[in-house]
Write a new protein. Structure first.
Lengths: 462, 462
């Protein structure tokens, strides 16, 4: 890596190839991964970018830490926001994390100064993506965030550009590697949630505090970003309905298996088109553990892999699959963004060129979609009750289903008693309005036949 | 669709949004699909392109044919090459097909005239892609061909841009929907090749003359294009080793199944890096029916679906999956290319902007890689012999294996006699040099124990 100390921003001369000069804030695993990649793949990156990509400045918490890469040729800034003020920097790469605080301050400063901007920060984009994109559009700064969704999988580009000719009916997928690791591991071993999560922590597949992952927040961040790109909607993270995986038991996975399903944490967004124009007016975003039929492409996704399905009205079903996290895959996405920016700089006469809108459509033209009511959809549902082992319990449950117009497709009462005489009843329903299931549960509310809150999981359509 | 008759090419005014004016040559299923898409998704396409995309002129064999779309507002050219000469056309879309002849003449004329150029023509790109890209670079014309590979799957973009930061070790996948339909159908029904192919013709999954598909030529066209993009190599279609699926029998699929595999036509390219720099110097491109272990993502690809796997040194394994053919998916890819071109025109000041090189790296900088020798690789192999039902045959075959240093992992001799006393022997080998298998077959050459030429299929590594 060589520093490049040309003083002024002379990108306007399109004909003369020049380096793209970047600054990196944050040298954790991803930041270090980016440095590694730029060093290892230097020739390839230069050939594809049309110029070298040079790291001219960095900022991180600890200056003198052995990261296995030489940063001695890079300028150092103690205050990361100062990276945005440097005249020798074309693009600021934010790899600090956190939705607010220093990361947000740096991002604003970079974009307001017209610098190119690349980030892997899903929480920040989910919460402040609209504001940041507006700043980018105001100063004509290129802004990219491929690494914020699904790690190394180029799914932001895939939807934003690859599927751009389509009205997308829905986008859904497996967006959290920790949850997918835990669920597919539970499936393979028969172990319960807590034990599997502990093991995942030991193996580095889960953070010490895994709340954001296992409660679905991380997947919700990513989903809200994908929704904006897929549907031309404003990001609306607060409208995502989120249920995590911590209530899924080994017994649920076993019942699902008996019914021909696996359980996966599915992030799904779809739009309601009131007028059939292809422009949606209501958006439903949900992160939920779902039963996925074997044979569905998402059922085969094991371990920390991510996958995204998009259904376009011309493309049909597209699937993008790969590593959803990790320093290498995330660095791959960050540098792909840098190469895109370098190509545009080179080919369009540098900063004089109009940058593409970060969400493909300018923020002012994105649709502020209202949040759709979840209860309106038709779904098949899996319900699991824990009940007392006494006569009449099944009759009580099935009567509630009948009275709420819920049609039962299959029912398994687990013969083996659990501790304390508790018995499991698992039901898969035919397709019907979600609201009916809710009504059936209301009818059973307070029944002393039930020993705990029922678990309700949707069955993903094929 | 409205015609737009502004006379001169006034794309240089970046600030004023303007329509992108296209001409379409060829109104078969794909051409008609593009017209449909542009009509149905007009609002979405305009929002993402930043301007309307208007079809101002068309050319096809029959002028007055009911295509279900209104082309009365479009100018008509009897001679398709005349489309390239029209001042009111910004981009020519070639959907005629054929590697030479009128399609090639039109493409040359469009690019030499500095028009944008979009094609779905894999045969033409495989044979003349380098020449056409050079013409595009000479006149600074944008040239795109997403639809030429894997239909609606944005895999050209995925490799060219999404995986651009990576040294790719190999790219492989299922690139021909007809073959995949036939093989997965044979698997599901137990029927033999000829019957299944006849059925595929009736259902529209195979052409009346399916030679190009079943003999692997179509997949080879696509593979040669993917290789160029993945490895920064010059296209070298003639170097692709091609074996089709016509020799695969129902019995092979059954044996593979017994061994834990399915059979798929796999197109695969990989490079040998002599110096470890990530820049390859020898390229091996092969299209072959392979045994694919259940559990491998490609084993689950059924019917006419396509899928491409790319393995990057940072991204890890990426998979792109979707519909590999059909009017809708192909139109989706064609219009995505048009939207890309429209964005660049709009944002970069129209034709004054330097267009990106069609293969991402200018043709002059692509590596002319030598064709690697296939015999050098280590592989597991499946061998199927048809033999006479008499003593000593197994001893003869296994002795040849031993003498050629081929290690047998499993062997199945099919007990049930086939017509004429013919017996099947299927062998899966341990990993070893391909050349040894070839040597074992040479040792058996001319043996009158064998009643037909052995079938040799590689086993795809996991």
């Amino acid at each position: 890596m060589t520093a490049n100390n040309r003083p002024e921003n002379d990108l306007t001369a399109a004909a003369s190839p020049r380096n793209l000069r970047i600054a990196i804030a944050g040298l954790g695993t991803v930041g270090t991964g980016v440095l590694h990649l730029l060093e290892t793949n230097r020739a390839i990156v230069a050939a594809r970018a049309g110029c070298d990509i040079d790291v001219v400045a960095v900022s991180a918490r600890e200056r003198h830490k052995d990261r296995g890469v030489d940063i001695s040729a890079c300028a150092w800034e103690d205050d990361m926001t100062a990276l945005a003020a440097r005249d020798d920097v074309d693009v600021v790469v934010e790899l600090v994390g956190g939705s607010d605080g220093p990361a947000l301050a740096l991002s604003r400063a970079a974009l307001d100064g017209g610098k190119g901007f690349v980030t892997a920060n899903k929480a920040m984009i989910a919460h402040h993506g609209m504001e940041l994109a507006e700043r980018a559009e105001a100063t004509n700064a290129p802004m990219r965030f491929e690494a914020a969704v699904a790690g190394g999988i180029p799914v932001v580009k895939g939807l934003r550009e690859g599927a751009s000719a389509n009205a997308l009916a829905k986008v859904y997928g497996i967006l959290n590697g920790t949850c997918n690791y835990v669920l597919s591991k539970m499936e393979a071993t028969g172990a319960d949630f807590d034990d599997t999560l502990e093991e995942a922590k030991k193996l580095g597949y889960a953070e010490a505090d895994p709340t954001f992952d296992v409660e679905g927040i991380d997947a919700a961040h990513k989903l809200s970003i994908l929704s904006a790109i897929a549907f031309g909607a404003r990001i609306d993270f607060d409208a995502v309905h989120v249920t995590g995986i911590s209530r899924v038991r080994a017994a649920d996975i076993a019942q699902a298996d008996a019914l021909g399903f696996v359980i996966r944490l599915i992030a799904q967004a779809d739009v309601e088109h009131a007028d059939g124009s292809g422009v949606g007016d209501a958006l439903l975003q949900r992160v939920r553990p779902c039963l996925v039929a074997r044979g569905h492409p998402l059922a085969a996704i094991d371990g920390p892999t991510n996958a995204v399905v998009a259904e376009g009205n011309y493309s049909g079903r597209l699937l993008f699959q790969g590593a959803g996290a990790g320093d290498g895959p995330t660095a791959s996405a960050v540098v792909a963004d840098l190469i895109d920016i370098a190509r545009a700089f080179r080919s369009g006469g540098g900063a004089s060129r109009e940058a593409e809108a970060p969400f493909s459509i300018p923020v002012a033209q994105l649709t502020p979609m209202r949040a759709a009511e979840p209860g309106n959809r038709m779904e098949r549902t899996y319900l699991r009750f824990t009940v007392r082992d006494r006569p009449g319990v099944l009759a009580e449950i099935t009567a509630a289903m009948r009275d709420a117009d819920v049609s039962i497709e299959s029912l398994i009462q687990q013969g083996r008693k659990r501790d304390g005489g508790e018995v499991l009843v698992a039901i898969a329903t035919h397709e019907g309005p979600e609201a009916n299931v809710r009504r059936a549960l209301d009818l059973l509310e307070g029944s002393d036949s039930l020993t705990g809150e029922p678990l309700v999981l949707p069955i993903l359509p094929n």
